[in-house]
Design a protein around this ligand. Structure first.
Ligand SMILES: NC(=O)c1ccc[n+]([C@@H]2O[C@H](COP(=O)([O-])OP(=O)(O)OC[C@H]3O[C@@H](n4cnc5c(N)ncnc54)[C@H](OP(=O)(O)O)[C@@H]3O)[C@@H](O)[C@H]2O)c1
Length: 327
């Protein structure tokens, strides 16, 4: 079985999907679309992609394409996910799908109507390291989870980068915070309330974001993300009996889980596989109805409404209470 994929844009992140597809037995990239035809043609030649389109809509109009990979700036994710689904395509849309809960509802309504699947591209969720983490927590290895801390930062110096554009829904919260929020939610469920604090650039996009998520009387998560700090990446989970630390929780290039019990630390080795390989395999099989997407409507909604509430909290300077997750 080979599922035919099309790339919506010539974004940098495409290289991970192209590499994964080149190794895949069930996915083949057959087309790329760009805002400019010459760009699409040059990109297609460079990456040996058979078809090149000079507009995103032309790719959606190609009846041969089954899955569309959306690697557009964040502000365009919802619009093009919906257009792709309405055109009868399955959609893998890069993270963060959107910062607006109402857009998630519109996307999955379109998926429902067209009987197609849509998944947010949180690739780390497909990695065996993440699966092992959830198993350890379910086994109660560190007791009851009490506190979770997530950190992710690097120095973003290119002023023209889409991640620094407020109009394109850039921001450290969107680019990096979405991973932290996803992990906190994976460990502790949906938050009852959130508080956010941001530092913004002159252009008005958050270059640093600090958030607190309250999950219950005893479970609290915190994260900090920044485009203005040295490279850091860490997830720490503190339970009543011990702690778990993952030093590469999202890129998963150096997987491994440190478990500390009674002051003694053991590192669990994890297979170094590509989460992009696993992501496109899952998406391809889901497109053919052979399995479900690992991530769907409920997770995307939980993500978006938490991010939305964090931004609202940062703007208003107060804690935001979230209602129960209503799909
Ligand atoms: N999961 C991951 O590992 C991962 C890693 C990196 C990024 N991402 C996500 O992938 C998405 C793309 O990120 P990226 O860093 O790869 O982006 P990028 O290199 O800046 O590419 C974005 C593409 O969007 C298209 N585009 C359409 N309208 C645009 C506009 N107004 N301004 C700029 N570009 C526009 C352009 O393609 P054309 O000119 O060809 O139309 C451009 O190449 C983001 O949502 C990001 O969060 C995910």
């Amino acid at each position: 079985m080979t599922v035919k994929w099309g790339l919506l844009s010539t974004a940098r992140v495409n290289k991970d999907i192209l590499t994964a597809a080149s190794r895949s037995v069930n996915a083949e990239v057959v087309a790329v679309a760009s805002r400019r035809r010459e760009q699409a043609v040059a990109y297609a030649q460079e990456h040996r992609i058979p078809r090149a389109f000079g507009s995103y809509q032309e790719l959606l109009d190609d009846p041969d394409i089954e899955v569309v990979y959306i690697s557009l700036p964040n502000s365009l994710h919802a619009e093009w996910s919906i257009r792709a689904l309405q055109a009868g395509k399955h959609v893998l849309c890069e993270k963060p799908l959107t910062r607006r809960a109402h857009e998630v509802r519109a996307i999955f309504e379109a998926a429902h109507r067209s009987k197609r699947v849509c998944m947010e591209g949180l690739m780390y969720r497909h990695h065996p390291q993440t699966l092992r983490l959830t198993q350890l927590l379910a086994e109660g290895v560190i007791g009851r989870v009490q506190f979770i801390r997530a950190s992710l930062s690097f120095e973003l110096l290119v002023v023209s980068d889409i991640r620094l554009s407020p109009d394109l829904d850039g921001g450290a919260m969107m680019d990096l915070g979405c991973y932290c929020v996803s992990s906190l939610r994976l460990v502790a469920g949906e938050p009852l309330s959130v508080s956010g604090l941001q530092v913004t650039t002159d252009a008005g996009v958050d270059s640093r974001f600090f958030g607190t998520l309250v999950f219950s009387d005893e479970v609290v998560g915190q994260f900090d993300v920044a485009f203005t700090l040295p490279r850091r990446s860490r997830l720490e989970i503190i339970g009543t009996r011990g702690t778990i630390v993952i030093s590469d929780p999202w890129m998963c290039e150096n997987p491994g889980i440190e478990v500390t019990l009674n002051g003694k630390t053991e590192t669990l080795m994890i297979e170094a596989v590509s989460h992009y390989d696993l992501e496109i395999a899952n998406m391809s099989r889901a497109a053919r109805g052979m399995e479900s997407t690992l991530l769907g409507h409920v997770d995307a909604l939980g993500q978006a409404r938490t991010i939305e509430a964090l931004y609202s909290s940062a703007a208003a300077g107060r804690t935001i209470t979230l209602p129960e997750l209503d799909q």
